[in-house]
Design a protein around this ligand. Structure first.
Ligand code: FPP
Length: 252
């Protein structure tokens, strides 16, 4: 099988690799942060939103163009209803409070994940955030909400089958064609995937897209994350040698 046209070239050979264009984050540890302080888990999620605000601002300043964060997974429905409601409420409050500012700052907002099943008020708000920022190009914030990678791939397969049936696709099925049916179709693949809270799992996040991402597991709990931790993550990224399956010329 030929190489996928979209697979980047290795980065090496003196000098630092470029700053990560796209950083993806599994924002984990809100519950433990709250528990350690004798607070309800919801307090951890509230502080998690503040960490997200700090991180979006820092990412823009540090030259990152794409930030994708995991806010609510298709598996998170298994949590108590009150916690699920809090997470929905926080998304709503975040968009309501920050949309105008983000829009003015040139941020394009996307919400990736399954729309079906979202309460209508949230779906409307998400649609509004996306449509009002569709012309922005300076920074791309993607919020994965009701997102699971297997679910995304399944929906892509269903959409592809439908397109074949409709005659709008006629194959062959290529990696590029698969990508074009994913929620992330117009995003570059993540260069760096961070998970906070000391857990070493990907948890059904961007499984297709993170094929060549550098993985970084950090001990910090998400509510304590901010500019300093993001700078640290970028420094670690710069220590990595990205080969994309190739051999670095001159390497023994
Ligand atoms: C994982 O921590 C975090 C989540 C499931 C939710 C992440 C949500 C936010 C950071 C705030 C919401 C932001 C928006 C924009 C909606 P956990 O609860 O699994 O923590 P634990 O592993 O310590 O229990």
């Amino acid at each position: 099988m030929g190489r996928a046209g979209a697979t980047p070239e290795p980065t090496h050979g003196g000098g630092e690799p470029p700053a990560p264009q796209h950083v993806a984050i599994i924002m984990d540890g809100n519950g433990r942060w709250a528990k350690a302080r004798g607070l309800p888990r919801t307090a951890g999620h509230e502080r998690g939103v503040e960490a997200l605000r700090r991180t979006v601002e820092a990412a823009g300043d540090l030259g990152i163009r794409y930030l994708t964060v995991f806010s609510f997974s298709t598996e998170n429905w298994r949590r108590p209803a009150a916690e699920v409601n809090t997470l929905f409420g926080l998304l709503k409050a975040y968009v309501q409070r920050d949309l105008q500012r983000l829009k003015n700052e040139g941020v394009r907002i996307r919400v990736i994940g399954q729309r079906e099943g979202l309460p209508p008020d949230i779906a409307d708000l998400v649609n509004r955030a996306e449509s009002e920022t569709v012309g922005n190009t300076k920074f791309h914030l993607s919020i994965a909400f009701n997102y699971g990678s297997r679910n995304e791939i399944l929906r892509a397969a269903e959409a592809y089958a439908k397109a074949l049936n409709d005659g709008t696709e006629n194959g062959p099925l290529t990696e590029e064609a698969v990508k074009s049916f994913l929620d992330t179709k117009d995003l570059p693949d993540p260069d760096l995937l961070i998970r906070t809270s000391g857990e070493y799992r990907i948890s059904n996040f961007l499984l297709w897209q993170a094929a060549y991402a550098e993985l970084l597991f950090m001990d910090v709990l998400w509510p304590d994350f901010g500019r300093t931790q993001l700078e640290g993550a970028i420094a670690k990224f710069h220590e990595r040698e990205r080969r994309f399956g190739a051999v670095i010329p001159g390497a023994s």
